[in-house]
Design a protein around this ligand. Sequence first.
Ligand SMILES: [Cu+2]
Length: 357
Amino acid sequence: MNAVFTEGDASTNPLWHPRARTDLSNVNISRAWSKASAKAFNAFSSSLEGNPHGTVHGAVGGEMGFVNSSARDPIFWLHHANIDRLWDVWVRLADGRQNPSATRTWAKQKHSFDTTASKVMATADLLDSRNQLGYIYDDYEIEPITTSVVVASEPIVIAGGQVASPGESGHAMVPDGVEKSDGNKGLKTLSFRRDIALGGRSVVVDLPVAPDAGSALTTFAIEPEKSAIKSAWLVLEDVRIGSDGKLGGFSYDIKLKKKNAGGSQDVVLGTLNTFTLSALKHSPGMAHTGGGHGTSGDAGTLRLPISDALRQLGVTGASGALQALSVEFESSIPESADKQYLNVGNIRIETSTLPIE
Ligand SMILES: [Cu+2]
């Protein structure tokens, strides 16, 4: 961050703010950029959407940290101009990379640009900055981005997650879109852990699964047609914002990890911050409990599908079944101070015998 915002203190500098962040080293353009080789728009967009896009929302915090209010903060416009620019760079890499088809429902959706709706445009009319909007970006020449990831300290490791015993379901809940009268649709908890506190440091939560369940997961990952399991999730239930988290200023990348003889491998599942929590009510299929406008009193549940991640870990794994699993919450803005940003009431690996991702 520019020194003008961080120098001095409240008595000497009117722009100074106690939450000013000088270290955004784990806002990870390079990870999104590693997906830029993808030719399908949704492969790159889903990567760009979490970190850096959502991570910056969560890291800035305040109004920026919530979907409904973020555009009130002037930095929103700088941030989104840059996200648009990164998208433009990806499209200009060409070789099959292009915006989604203009015939999609999404592309035909109309947007109003003032309160009287005198200026209305469809998404498809806004995608080409040069020909439709009349501008190009200053850095029209594409340069490689070589940001490196710096993790300030070793993660806190929470070992000894509980292997769910037969019949024990954690508190498996019926996902949206599944008839409640159909019971729990073969939902099964393989491993769980309660009450995980997240602060400024990265946290690894061990979620070991029993040997037979590990074999079943491996079959699901590698030979899905032979598998009784048809879908699998990492469930983060009852996620609440803690006493230090109300103004945001934090964000985590969620990684599924597998230990093996040579160390561990991981796959990024998504991001977790105030922005992702406040987005839950905007996305059908995501459960959200509690009222208000994405503010701190709410508790949310994220169900992150893990079949692709299991496949990657299962196929590339040097050894054995998908058994020694863990989840890392990698802090994007590492800090050593003790903070209470989030609490996850129940974290678990859950499967179903129905294909309900
Ligand atoms: Cu945004």
